[in-house]
Design a protein around this ligand. Sequence first.
Ligand code: ZN
Length: 357
Amino acid sequence: MNEELIKEIELAKKHLLDQLEKIDDKRSLLRSPELRALYERIPKIEPDQRAYFGKAVNSLKEEIALAVDQHVNQAESLPPIDVTAPFAPNVDMSNRPSLLDANMGSLHPLTKEIDYICDIFESMGFSVIPSREIDDDWHMFTSLNFPEGHPARDDYDTFMTEQKDKEGKPWLAPAHTSTMQNRVLTKFKSNLEEGNSIAAILPGRVFRNEDVDARHEHTFYQFEGVFVGKDVNIGNLLASLKTFLEKYYGTDIEIKTQPFYFPFTEPSLEFAISCPFCSKAGCRVCSYSGWIELLGCGMIHPNVLKAGGIDPEIYQGFAWGCGVDRLVMMKHNIEDVRLFESGRLDFLRQFSAGGDS
Ligand SMILES: [Zn+2]
């Protein structure tokens, strides 16, 4: 075989072996265009060289097939990787940390509290539906009776993505769990047609563009309550909240309300409770006033019911949004909201088993 053809085979071999190291599907190398091109060349080779060249191409293919087999076998004989391990077991075996005892971990105090809140509401007949951490403008505002350009939108200043939804608006990190209301109304309106009510609790993480300090965080937790049925009135709202809070604090409480404004409820109320820590005598938690302003609530605005496909002439409902962080801060006398997201172990360990919980 002439030197030129020998060189051509050598070059192809080098290229194929290089490829073998790089590609994931090693066996696909045997169907590679380079190898196919060599076979297609055979009939075009001058007759006196053709048989030699054909043999050389065949033995190249055998050599590559052998190398592929070796690589595949080697990969299959590697020890399996434990994807749950807190380190890379196949990378740094010499310096691997010893495993932590499982009982050293604990639930975050906010997670614990949300579980507790949901347990109480489940015992009262509410379904628990987690909220979401990214949503569109329509669910966050328009479906809740905040029309385009409505000044109340400014109170819910949050973070947005550069990517746009199908209406050309940025996706939003929800500033309140109310972003779920329309989904709940739409999903469960068949309950109403069957003569039942809609009762749901919507816990979730929410976001605001805040100047962060001891009382304000950009990331915090809320739980929304939604109830819709026939002949529902504001007395049902106040009784539901009072029942929950008395179970939650394990003590009798008094409640009081004053008018407020939210676009998605009418009437809207600010809801306060007698201080469960001092029975109105005055303490640090209630700033010595005996009362604690706790949440916003009201009767669901007819436009919000309509947006969920529910006839406000037949059905009425109430809703509230309550911050979880504040409940936990009051319960455990925590003075700085930033501790929750700080990842500080000295803070978190106080809530682990055996700690102050
Ligand atoms: Zn008090």
